[in-house]
Design a protein around this ligand. Structure first.
Ligand SMILES: *Cc1c(COP(=O)(O)O)cnc(C)c1O
Length: 420
């Protein structure tokens, strides 16, 4: 376990100062548990490495949008990166500022643009020419100028899972590198747009620095061309995507990653340029676990199954990306371990959380699915009419429900039957 917020004391898993078993007793399972200390330390690693430079951290809300999580970051002075007006509403409700929020996403609606402009977001990360026109129109109707950055697709290989790689030509994201210079000229000519920056986001769970250095090189080449065309670019946004350790990955340490990138801007003669970061997973991924209880053990000829009360609707990443999450006992047993597939109760063969895991477990035991803080609860659904899990934040010796467990009657409260 690579984060001391989650550790064993005499064979019992603790989250900071609280035994995980007592959280499961008090709040039930499946249960998402976050550590305020782990969130804080990850954010500080970014912020400290940015100190003394014109560099800003915008937390990618989509990785974990719980209000308490966002509020921890807002109190630390973070900015935010949103991909919908729903996320904007969350940022504002959590104490974040629109003026320190950038709006990303490939399909912003006119209504979303209007809300974000009225709230006063810092920048729109625009991904296409039609979107530039749409934003220009909305800004005109409000008598405003919209601050824009173009998301450029630098065509670098982030060497990650195809579903989470976004910087290749074949992806739906961003303006093609070869079209970017001309697109900047078009944006510059639109009366209600104010061109302020350039951005990219090359993928997620990236465990090497080199794809970022390649992307920065390409963006800075473009910045030099755009500025020679008479426009000025205030900031370069390098996106998010830094990976975490789920299993045996060895991503760069956050501080080293930031310092290496900022040093590269200096080497390229752009040390004064403002740099934005948009981290999601690397801030929240290893700050959360999912607790689940073993309902049944089902030994078989080819496989043993541990059927648990969490499922693909609670944590979609294994089913969706064949993602690996470590699974550990909440109370360690001395008994000898067997190999299990850890699966949920949902009626799909894809409903698994871990395969071929060596575990010493009995019916009724609690397990912790690690590294579940990013793209965990936020991707959960009500498939099989399963109420979504509760979310808990631990802060030292205290634990607090930061989202109540859903109740089944809430799930169909908006539905109705035909009158006759
Ligand atoms: C998803 C996303 C991020 C965050 O990515 P992580 O891999 O979680 O760090 C940042 N920026 C944009 C535009 C995104 O879509």
């Amino acid at each position: 376990m690579n984060d001391s917020a989650f550790h064993y004391v005499d064979g019992a898993l603790h989250v900071e100062g609280v035994p995980a078993a007592s959280l499961a007793e008090q709040f039930g399972t499946p249960l998402y548990v976050y550590s305020r200390d782990a969130l804080t330390r990850a954010y500080r690693a970014y912020a400290d490495a940015c100190a003394g430079r014109k560099a800003t951290v915008h937390v990618a809300v989509k990785a974990n949008s719980n209000l308490a999580v966002l509020n921890v970051f807002a109190r630390l002075g973070a900015g935010f990166d949103i991909v919908s007006s729903g996320e904007l509403a969350r940022v504002l409700a959590a104490g974040g500022k629109a003026s320190n929020t950038v709006f990303s996403g490939v399909g912003k609606s006119a209504a979303e643009m209007r809300e974000a402009l009225e709230a006063g977001v810092k920048c729109f990360n625009v991904e296409s020419i039609p979107e530039l026109h749409a934003l220009n129109e909305v800004a005109k109707s409000l008598g405003k100028k919209a601050p824009v950055s173009l998301r450029v697709n630098p065509d670098v290989d982030a060497k990650t899972h195809p579903y989470i790689s976004t910087g290749l030509k074949s992806n739906k994201f961003g303006v093609a590198f070869g079209d970017a210079r001309a697109t900047y000229r078009e944006a510059h000519d639109m009366a209600n747009l104010d061109v302020v920056g350039i951005d990219c986001h090359i993928g997620s769970q990236i465990t090497e620095v080199s794809p970022y250095l390649d992307a920065v090189d390409k963006l800075l080449d473009l910045v030099e061309q755009i500025e020679s065309d008479g426009m000025s670019i205030r900031h370069v946004d390098v996106g998010g995507g830094l990976g975490i350790t789920y299993d045996d990955e060895t991503p760069p340490d956050i501080g080293d990653f930031v310092r290496t990138l900022l040093a590269h801007f200096e080497e390229r003669g752009h040390g004064q340029r403002e740099v934005y970061f948009e981290p999601g997973r690397s801030l929240v991924g290893n700050a959360g676990v999912l607790l689940t209880r073993v309902e049944y053990l089902k030994p078989g000829e080819e496989k043993n199954f541990a059927i648990v009360d969490a499922a693909m609707n609670d944590l979609a990443r294994p089913a969706m990306y064949e993602a690996f999450h470590r699974i550990v006992p909440v109370i360690e047993r001395k008994a000898s371990a067997r190999l299990y597939d850890v699966v949920g109760p949902v009626c799909e063969s894809g409903d698994w959380l871990g395969r071929d895991r060596e575990l010493a477990v009995e019916q009724g035991d609690l397990l912790a699915i690690l590294s579940a803080g990013a793209y965990g609860f936020v991707m959960s659904s009500n498939y099989n009419t399963r109420a979504r899990a509760a979310e808990i934040m631990v802060d030292g010796e205290r634990a607090r429900a930061v989202r109540e467990r859903e109740e089944v009657k809430q799930l169909f409260a908006g539905e109705s039957i035909l009158p006759d």
